[in-house]
Write a protein of this length. Structure first.
Length: 253
């Protein structure tokens, strides 16, 4: 008679499979990873694997969903904070994401090299789609609050949320590809600052926010990321603290 697995055991084993899949994606890429790689890592049978996931795409969907849930735990309390107005929520959101990423920039830089490889195009595309589906409605609600408060001026909150998030993601793509370029240039710091400033201005305009009311990234964070690319602190930059690798990635834009 087959052994009955309770809900706790099921969740533990399912997360073990997801943990191994995530690590393999980051080391060899989603396209190169096989189900057999996971079986060998965990020393389980195909039957045991298919008890939790019916296919490799289903495994990917579950991994994306888990990452998104972790991002929600980090960011939703900010967007739901009744003590903050809309601009305050947006600023705390950007500050929290910025600190999270900067604190573990060494790990995230290594991860960026993997995520932007050809073997992870599908993984990255699905992660962005899932992230957008989760965050656009919450961002639209904050924009609506801002309109009611007279702090934001936009007649189409849902569309504005979609456009703003696409800009945030585009900024991430632009800076990631720049970070992956080999070597350092004299204008690296200026490029980073100008790029962030341009996207900040564009997002403020889309939301109908007053100029200078939102800061996507502060000067300290910008200098630390430039240091990652150049390998040396830019002129006047403070030494970078050691980065801490998280157990998993939060799905944050």
């Amino acid at each position: 008679m087959a052994r009955t697995i309770n809900e706790d055991e099921y969740a533990v084993k399912r997360n073990q499979i997801l943990d191994v899949a995530q690590r393999l994606i980051y080391t060899c890429g989603y396209e190169q990873m096989s189900i057999q790689d996971i079986l060998d890592e965990l020393n389980i049978s195909k039957g045991a694997f298919y008890h939790y996931f019916d296919s490799k795409p289903a495994l990917l969907d579950a991994l994306i969903s888990r990452i998104g849930s972790e991002g929600e735990q980090l960011l939703y309390p900010i967007l739901d904070d009744a003590h903050l107005n809309a601009i305050g929520k947006l600023q705390v959101y950007f500050d929290t994401v910025g600190r999270w990423k900067t604190a573990q920039k060494t790990y995230l830089m290594a991860l960026t090299r993997v995520l932007y490889s050809d073997d992870n195009v599908l993984y990255r595309t699905k992660m962005v789609a899932a992230m957008s589906a989760r965050f656009i409605p919450r961002l639209a609600a904050v924009i609506s609050e801002g309109v009611n408060e007279g702090l934001l001026h936009n007649a189409h909150p849902d569309q504005a949320a979609s456009i703003a998030l696409s800009m945030i993601l585009a900024l991430g793509d632009t800076l990631a590809l720049w970070l992956l370029q080999p070597g350092a240039r004299d204008d690296d710091l200026q490029y980073f600052e100008t790029t962030v400033a341009a996207y900040t201005d564009a997002i403020e305009r889309v939301l109908g926010a007053a100029g200078g009311s939102i800061q996507l990234m502060d000067t300290t964070a910008i200098r630390e990321w430039v240091q990652v690319k150049t390998g040396a602190p830019p002129s006047g930059a403070p030494p970078s603290p050691a980065a801490n690798r998280p157990g998993r990635d939060a799905g944050v834009p």
